[in-house]
Design a protein around this ligand. Structure first.
Ligand SMILES: O=c1ccn([C@H]2C[C@H](O)[C@@H](CO)O2)c(=O)[nH]1
Ligand SMILES: [Zn+2]
Length: 133
């Protein structure tokens, strides 16, 4: 599986985006440890704060099917540079991405960067912070 293929899957997923309020389509595609691809799009709501981003849709689809180990995830939007996941998505990704998970941030012009959760959310809150409870 190459980055380009995962990016193409994410672009394809963005076609299902439900974005009547922002008109900003985002797609995500992730590859699990067993080489399955799960895709997601952003899904907005008239109560704006209930919007679910594309990355979280893809992660929740995978986890709800029993796939909790993400090898790589691509996120694509129509941005000037590579898209920037929101803080909520970074925290959710931190739960299921290892230090070596490739997080590919891209746009529709073909720009992309490959990064990691530690770069995106250094010092993220995790299970180890709950160990005194
Ligand atoms: O990485 C991102 C950034 C934004 N959005 C969505 C949320 C909302 O529907 C729209 C505008 O914020 O873009 C995503 O899905 N992923
Ligand atoms: Zn988000």
């Amino acid at each position: 599986m190459e980055w380009k293929q995962l990016i193409d899957e994410a672009i394809s997923a963005s076609g299902q985006a439900y974005v009547p309020y922002s008109n900003f389509k985002v797609g995500a595609a992730l590859l699990t440890a067993d080489n399955t691809i799960y895709r997601g799009c952003n899904i907005e709501n008239a109560s704006y704060g209930l919007t679910n981003c594309a990355e979280r849709t893809a992660v929740f689809k995978a986890v709800s099917e029993g796939a909790k180990k993400i090898k790589a995830i691509a996120v694509v939007g129509n941005t000037d540079g590579p898209i920037a996941p929101c803080g909520a998505c970074r925290q959710v990704l931190a739960e299921f991405c290892g230090a070596d998970t490739q997080i590919i941030l891209a746009n529709l012009k073909g720009d992309f960067v490959v990064t990691t959760i530690n770069e995106l959310l250094p010092g993220y809150f995790s299970a180890k912070d709950l160990q005194n409870n």
